[in-house]
Design a protein around this ligand. Structure first.
Ligand code: SF4
Length: 634
């Protein structure tokens, strides 16, 4: 296959994020690229499924399958000679630009360019109207805005290549106001990796409109926004506004001639995909991020903490623009700001990381005041859920909340610890009402304090509340379930305590860096706590799936505790990919919905999900135990 370098729609959108990225793109043997995490992979897989469903809504379409540019363009042009045609993956080339259009519908001299995306949209939601999101209002880097950038680039290329046609662009999005009318819609599209490429296989040879039910994707016209971008221009930091064609040509010059676009370090660089991780370091690859930093700051050293590492630091760009990148140099700036909880936390991080460097945790006495209000038995809960673009069940909408699993560790005043779990094992059934009944069974026996970590559990419960209100399921006492949800969610009499909020307000350990995630806190508290080391260096004597395993192990290199999420693999030496984040759990649930997976594989997936969720609540229990040992030794 001999494919010349072209600026594609993916590269154009990437360049709008940062044009310097074009230089590192496609050099996989030279520069490291951080792979998508499990959550991003789950979303990508959902995207492939949506793409396939979209084609089903245009059953007369012909697909351009070849990846070879010249042949793909030739086949597309051949089909465009027809009066009417629908083409999937239509290949269009103009000068140094090349696009593949998800769905191209030609009617006479009109071309409907349909770009299919996984994003959900609720056309009835007036507050967050399509129009505001499309303009990126309130969120300069809104996902929808980047989709419109993509559609705009394609429209421009198409208009240049075929000036005789009128091009009308659409975004085809998952419509949250629509409800699936058939069961198992999601499972009609199976995502697989074949020879390194992701493909979607339909589980039925022919999908008829009856089998698909209600249309859940909607085409939203975006011509107005797209033409604004083409004619009036796109706002680019720091270069002002440039017309789309001018920008596209500029990016193409840099990309095709393999020149590096002038570097502008901004806070976005902390998430640059051209950073080194341990895996890529072993392969001897270079870091594009470090090259950019070294060219921008003469005193740059990779091991120095930067202003981008400061937690929730919204003024990072101001300092970067003035030539300051080291975290220590942000101290004065932060000290001069008006005090607030956020600034106080940022100052604490900067002082602990750059000045005191004692490696000691910081605990505010108010934490102990809060702890003294908590009532036994203490329940630590964690949920796993899924939001699929294509619904699993009839009666649900795109991205509707599915709660399929929970774990709960309960600590009694006597010191006894019990673990209870629930998971939806059967495929193809809407699990939420069983989930909430099982949860109520566990938590409604006493009036002990319930703990969550961050907002997710509250969000899930409120969404189940709405579903109960909407569906009014006859098989359950939905009113009492709704009342109960009201008591344990925000503003309820037994509102769950958010441990994330406790951490943010009252606890800091330098090993957490700028993160308040439980996955970063856990290794830090394990290393800091004598109590946890003593207790968890022995095989665990409570729990369900994690019992009998050791969860405090020493890392011989750092001398600190190994992250227990990494121990999941070591402790269960069964040669499987472990689930160690919510995205992995979501993908696992999606697999379970296929009725034809082998029984052995189903058992393994369920067992992996149970281990992961139990570790999440064990982590919360450990955090509490560490705090309690500090309080009691005071
Ligand atoms: S480090 Fe920053 S400037 Fe360099 S490529 Fe990445 S995002 Fe762009």
């Amino acid at each position: 296959m001999n494919n010349t370098r072209y600026l594609t729609k993916t590269l154009f959108v990437k360049a709008l994020e940062c044009p310097t990225k074009l230089y590192y793109h496609g050099k996989k043997n030279e520069y490291a690229v951080i792979e998508a995490n499990d959550f991003e992979k789950a979303l990508q897989e959902g995207g492939f499924q949506v793409g396939e469903l979209a084609k089903c809504y245009y059953p007369e379409g012909r697909e351009i399958k070849t990846r070879e540019h010249n042949e793909a363009v030739r086949q597309t042009n051949e089909l465009l000679k027809q009066e009417n045609a629908v083409i999937y993956e239509a290949a269009v080339r103009y000068d140094r630009f090349f696009i593949r259009v998800d769905i191209l519908k030609k009617e006479g001299n009109e071309i409907h360019l349909i770009e299919v995306k996984t994003k959900s949209i609720d056309p009835d939601d007036k507050k967050k109207s399509f129009e505001n999101k499309a303009k990126g209002e309130g969120h300069s880097n809104s996902k929808l805005k980047s989709y419109i950038d993509d559609a705009a680039f394609q429209t421009w290329v198409m208009e240049q290549a075929f000036p005789e046609f009128k091009v009308i662009p659409y975004l085809m999005l998952a419509d949250k106001s629509k409800v699936a009318t058939v069961n198992g819609l999601n499972q009609m599209f199976r995502v697989k990796k074949i020879n390194g490429r992701i493909v979607v296989q339909r589980t039925f040879d022919k999908l008829t409109p009856d089998m698909l039910g209600n249309k859940i994707l909607t085409e939203f016209p975006v011509r107005e926004y797209v033409h604004k971008m083409i004619n009036e221009g796109i706002a680019i930091n720091p270069d002002g506004v440039k017309p789309l064609g001018e920008l596209a040509n500029e990016y193409a010059d840099y990309y095709i001639n393999d020149r590096q676009y002038p570097i502008t370090i901004q806070n976005r660089c902390k998430k640059c995909e051209f950073k080194l991780d341990d895996e890529n370091l072993k392969k001897g690859l270079k870091s594009g991020y470090e090259e950019c930093m070294a060219k921008s700051f003469s005193n740059f050293a990779p091991d120095k903490p930067t202003v981008m590492d400061i937690w929730d630091f919204r003024d990072a760009n101001k300092l970067l623009d003035s030539g300051i990148y080291e975290m220590k140099d942000a101290l004065k700036y932060l000290e001069d700001k008006n005090n607030s909880d956020r600034i106080e936390r940022q100052l604490l991080q900067v002082r602990k990381t750059c000045f005191e460097r004692d490696g000691k945790e910081d605990v505010k006495p108010k934490l102990f005041d809060e702890m003294n209000k908590w009532r036994f038995p203490l329940h630590f809960v964690d949920f796993e859920g899924s939001r699929a673009a294509i619904p699993f069940n009839a009666g649900t909408s795109p991205y509707e909340q599915i709660a399929f699993q929970f774990s709960c560790h309960t600590l009694y005043e006597s010191g006894e610890i019990k673990h209870i779990e629930w998971i939806k094992r059967e495929s193809g059934e809407f699990p939420n009402f069983e989930f909430i009944m099982a949860l109520k069974d566990v938590l409604d026996k006493d009036n002990g304090t319930i703990f969550r970590f961050h907002i997710y559990e509250n969000t899930v419960l409120r969404e189940i509340h709405s579903q109960l209100e909407k569906i009014k399921p006859k098989a359950v006492d939905y009113k009492s379930l709704m009342d109960w949800i009201d008591t344990i969610t925000k503003n309820g009499s037994r509102n769950m305590v958010d441990l994330h909020e406790m951490v943010r307000k009252y606890y800091y350990h330098p090993d957490m860096g700028g993160s308040n995630s439980i996955k970063d806190i856990l290794p830090a508290v394990l290393s800091a706590s004598r109590f946890l080391k003593d207790k968890y260096s022995k095989p665990l004597n409570f729990g369900t799936n994690l019992m009998g395993k050791v969860w405090w192990k020493n890392d011989a290199v750092s001398g600190k505790a190994i992250d227990p999420y990494k121990l999941l693999r070591e402790n269960f030496d069964d040669n499987r990919d472990v689930i160690n984040d919510g995205g992995g759990a979501m993908t696992a649930f999606g697999k379970l919905q296929f009725t034809d997976i082998p029984e052995e594989e189903r058992k393994e997936i369920i067992s992996d999900l149970l281990r992961y969720c139990e570790l999440d609540t064990l982590a919360m229990l450990m955090l509490y135990e560490h705090w309690r040992s500090l309080r009691d030794s005071n």
